[in-house]
Design a protein around this ligand. Structure first.
Ligand code: GLN
Length: 530
């Protein structure tokens, strides 16, 4: 059994610098040399998981195959590395405290005072090492959420300090900072980076590698200056300049030898050459595509992060169709029967987004109606699929009161109803139908054509489902149920075969698309718009 190497990634100066993308890119680079890696994120907030956070607070909630609601950075990890993360790959302060408090109540601490150091930090350390339980990894990459200097991040940084001390040569720290350009002075400024490194040093942590994020090239002089002011070797300072796509980051990091620098720090000689061939092919194809496909995202939010995985899947799928995607957020709250034509008529395709609650719900139904009756290629995801069903029930089956029980608890036509095992569930955290479940696809359906097989597995996050009792009436009226869970019979996919491509899925295909393995459903959706 070999001891894996641990790479910790922290961030300073500002949030939203793309730590997740840097961590994921590093993972991809090490994989390109044939190393086996895994990757995880520690988040300093007190929620036990981000499942209860609204997208304005924290962007999309990403669901792992094993059914945990996690941070959206895990989506980057999967899209970049093709690894399937699990619940163990995302740990919050809330989860740590919950575990420690449960142990305390059980009496596990034998009468001792339970403290942040060592009990909370020990639990963090335990979880930081735990991903390598099976000793199968060469590298474990651990991203620490938040920004150095945040009060709530301190126990995590203390845990990293202790681990760096204990693991000696087997651990190193990559610190990502921001170098702002001051327009009035016409200069890039490194002072915030120096302060951020000082802050780390004050906590007993010396970064081994610095990644400097900036909106323009830094120049070697500036990077050398940062190196000498921050006790970091010159070749260990790399820059991360704004790029047209985050998928170029691994290549840019490779050009600056980030992988060999890190291997060198671990005293390892690089294995072979980095094979980024397939990745580069993807990028080349992406850059070659000039023709646009214009997709509307009909949802509650006009916020990139709220629909992160959908946007990434769209852009991957467009590349695989040799197109560039242009997306327009259409807030469902603003959609009315009067303006829907103006809002959607220029679109090549429409995605009706997932969501919760009734804000903007009639707008989603209006959009579904427009798309179905104007034959606009449409993909409805989760709540989007449910509203396609409601629209069909109202307009084609003539049940004007049709709705989901989520929005209309007393309707006589609850065509979308609460799942049986959700009845009486009061606790909101982690209690939905979550994670990957199988789905059998009907022969000859759009879905089967997309996947090219009849059994698939996709991830879920919902409490409501298509009401089985109405199924035959829908099918007779022209909406087919083409994806069924083989164990429970739950309707996973609906289609209107008389339309060009009108498909609603109860699951979330967007969680599974990666750069090298795009979501078949998104690829087929984009193809249908051409
Ligand atoms: N609110 C719906 C449900 O719980 C849809 C959820 C979603 O879109 N993720 O079933």
């Amino acid at each position: 059994m070999s001891q894996p190497k641990y790479i910790f990634v922290t961030g300073g100066v500002a949030s939203s610098l793309g730590k997740g993308v840097i961590a994921a890119s590093l993972g991809r680079l090490l994989q390109a040399r044939g190393y086996k890696i895994t990757i995880q994120k520690f988040d300093p907030y007190v929620n036990v998981d981000p499942g209860t956070l609204n997208p304005y607070e924290h962007g999309e909630c990403y669901v792992t195959v094993d059914g945990r609601e996690t941070d959206l950075d895990l989506g980057h990890y999967e899209r970049f590395t093709d690894i399937r993360t699990t619940g163990a790959s995302n740990v919050t302060t809330g989860r740590i405290y919950q575990t420690v408090i449960e142990k305390e109540r059980r009496g596990d601490y034998l009468g001792h005072t339970v403290q942040v150091v060592p009990h909370i930090t020990d639990e963090i350390k335990h979880r930081m090492l735990r991903l390598d339980d099976t000793s199968e990894y060469d590298f474990v990459i651990t991203e620490i959420g938040g920004t150095v200097g945040d009060i709530e991040g301190l126990p995590f940084l203390e845990a990293v300090r202790q681990l760096k001390w204990e693991l000696k040569q087997d651990a190193l720290l990559v610190h990502l900072t921001f170098v702002p350009y001051i327009a009035a002075a016409g200069e890039l400024k490194t002072k915030p980076t120096q302060h951020s490194v000082k802050e780390l040093q004050g906590l007993g942590l010396q970064p081994d590698v610095l990644v400097l994020r900036a909106d323009r090239a830094l120049g070697r002089g500036l990077m050398d200056k940062v190196a000498s002011f921050c006790n970091v070797e010159k070749e260990c300072v790399v820059q991360s300049i704004d790029l047209p796509t985050i998928y170029e980051v691994p290549v840019k990091m490779a050009e600056q030898n980030l992988d060999t620098v890190i291997l060198g720090k671990f005293g390892m000689s690089p294995r072979g050459t980095a094979d980024l061939g397939a990745w580069q092919n993807f990028l080349d194809r992406r850059h070659r595509a000039t023709e646009e496909v214009h997709i509307a995202l009909v949802g509650k939010y006009d916020l990139q992060d709220a629909y992160k995985s959908i946007l990434e899947c769209l852009s991957q799928a467009a590349t695989y169709n040799d197109r560039k995607v242009r997306t327009t957020f259409v807030q469902s709250e603003n959609i009315t029967p009067e303006n829907v034509d103006t809002l959607l008529s220029a679109m090549d395709g429409v995605i009706i987004c997932p969501g919760f609650g009734d804000r903007g719900i009639e707008g989603k139904i209006t959009a579904a109606h427009y798309c179905r009756t104007h034959d606009v290629p449409t993909l409805g995801i989760c709540l989007g699929m449910q509203m396609m069903v409601v629209e069909f029930a109202r307009d084609v089956l003539g049940w004007t009161d049709a709705h989901s029980r989520e929005m209309a608890p007393d309707t006589a036509h609850a065509v979308i109803d609460l799942m049986e095992d959700q009845v009486g569930v009061e606790c909101k955290g982690g209690t939905m139908r979550l994670g990957a479940y199988p789905c059998t696809l009907a022969q000859g359906s759009r879905a089967e054509a997309a996947y090219g097989r009849t059994l698939v597995e996709e991830r879920h996050r919902h409490r409501y489902e298509f009401a089985e009792a109405y199924r035959s009436q829908f099918e007779q009226a022209g909406m087919s149920c083409t994806g069924i869970n083989p164990d429970s019979g739950l309707v996973e996919i609906v289609e209107v075969p008389s339309c060009r491509w009108y498909v609603g899925v109860q699951f979330h295909p967007e969680y599974s698309g990666t750069v090298l393995h795009p979501s078949p459903l998104f690829v087929a959706f984009i193809r249908s718009t051409l």
